[in-house]
Design a protein around this ligand. Structure first.
Ligand SMILES: O=C(O)CCC(=O)C(=O)O
Ligand SMILES: [Fe+2]
Length: 276
């Protein structure tokens, strides 16, 4: 794992563009181990649920809140990751809101409509979007062919847009999205395994269905600063400061998978499916 010391230029790029790519954060061995856990682990499979797009295509995802001492928990608690998040979010105690393993399978992996993550998190009752961030870690390569993430560069400056249901997802108001598509540059965030993509909760993003014959797996972790106390979300991980571990913890974890007694999200408890 690379010790991420973000430069002033990288921080400025995040503030200006609403996203930042960091190449080769994990070594090939580390990302190989994480991908093997993701594909072989029965707990991760059992706790996965389908999230359907508008056309009925599905993305499997497994979401948990509190980071443990398994390889994924250690990764999200690593000093490198937490310090990078701290650099981008500024002052406050860094907390892990949740991580989700996105399993976009060949031919069936669904699309994600244009949205802002704050379209969801507003419904959880978070007041301060600037205190939240998403970090995508590529476990496989993500390309145009297998449905990599697309962002509108600089669109986080718009502020929160209205969101409504698009399948089971939250989609941003398309009148605004269509204008934003004319005014902001569209960037395909192609990633290699082990790369990171940080993005602001108001950055408009989407991804196409995976019609290729290659899987597109990734983990998306969301972090929050402790002062940003949500009024609907009942899980306390988002206001519990991360207990950091050293950067070699993942490599030393012995490929430990998630335990079944973690606080996994079930679909019935997903707030955005229940709040209008
Ligand atoms: O994995 C993707 O393509 C996008 C997922 C996403 O934007 C989300 O879960 O909020
Ligand atoms: Fe998103």
């Amino acid at each position: 794992m690379k010790d991420l010391k973000l430069s002033t230029e990288q921080k400025a790029a995040y503030d200006r563009d609403g996203y930042l790519v960091v190449k080769s954060f994990l070594s090939a061995e580390e990302v190989g181990m994480l991908y093997n856990i993701a594909t072989d682990d029965d707990v991760l499979k059992d706790k996965a649920f389908d999230f359907n797009d508008q056309t009925g295509k599905r993305t499997k995802l497994t979401l948990w809140f509190t980071p443990g001492d398994d390889a994924y928990g250690l990764l999200t608690r690593s000093e490198a990751m937490v310090n990078a998040v701290q650099d981008l979010l500024g002052e406050g105690q860094v907390c892990h809101f949740h991580s989700k393993l996105m399993q976009k399978e060949p031919k069936v992996g669904g699309a994600w409509e244009w949205h802002q993550d704050y379209g969801y998190w507003y419904k959880n009752g978070f007041l301060f979007p600037d205190a939240l961030i998403s970090v995508m870690l590529a476990l496989t390569e993500a390309t145009k062919q297998n449905g990599c993430l697309q962002v509108l560069k600089g669109s986080h400056k718009i502020g929160r847009l209205e969101h409504s249901f698009a399948g089971e997802q939250q989609g941003a108001d398309m009148d605004f999205v269509n204008v934003a598509l004319e005014r902001f540059e569209l960037v395909h965030c192609e990633l290699e395994p082990g790369d990171l993509l940080f993005f602001h909760p108001n950055t408009l993003h989407m991804s196409e269905a995976n019609l290729s014959d290659k899987p597109r797996w990734s983990m998306i972790s969301a972090y929050n600063l402790a002062y940003n106390v949500p009024f609907r979300e009942k899980n306390t991980s988002c206001i519990t400061p991360v207990q950091t571990v050293t950067n070699d913890a993942v490599a030393k974890s012995g490929a430990k998978g998630l335990s079944a007694d973690r606080d996994f999200l079930s679909k019935e408890n997903e707030i955005t499916l229940n709040v209008k």
